[in-house]
Design a protein around this ligand. Sequence first.
Ligand code: DX5
Ligand code: ZN
Length: 217
Amino acid sequence: MGPLISPSVLSCDFANIQRDVEMINRSAADWFHVDVMDGVFVPNISFGFPVISAIKKHANLPLDVHLMIQNPDQYIGEFKKAGADILTVHYEACTHLHRTIQAIKAEGMKAGVALNPHTPVDLLQDIVADLDLVLIMSVNPGFGGQSFIKNALLKVEQTKNLIHRTGSHALVEVDGGVNLQTGSELVKAGADVLVAGSFVFNSSDPIETISNLKALR
Ligand code: DX5
Ligand code: ZN
């Protein structure tokens, strides 16, 4: 079994969102990665509920929603209504992370926590057993098309160890600068899910690019 592939719609053509979502539906992709940015937690603003609902309308794969927003708690129910299946919050953005994770699960969604490149994996020790997903950021969040930070490979190994040690069932997802080269190294390091934005949508044949990522071992 190859990695799960979660193409990031941040890099799609927003004037042709239905076309691009249907293209991903026909591909070997497993999830849709949906990046929400608030202009506060990260220095960029992406989109909110109407766009997520529009993606949901056409998507036939789960929506893997990555919240790059400060204090996400007040919006958890809204993200569920918009169509999120997996909701990932940032460790650095949540003061009461345990409460936030329980609230996500209470809405019937899978719960994930993302770590910025500078945040140590060990900080997840007391929460990882409650998680469905750990998202290791391999770029500083905020923009597509940045280059891969190599230390993410070590963090994937550390996260896998922590998951085994604690009996957690969480998957390890990696986001930022993923291509066939970095993707191959990540899969060898133990990554379960690869996010890819610009590498997929800027390629001449996105469906083939997704298959090539899916074939990594
Ligand atoms: C970055 C986002 C990513 C982004 C990845 O803040 O979280 O999901 O879309 O884009 P690429 O794959 O181009 O680095
Ligand atoms: Zn993301």
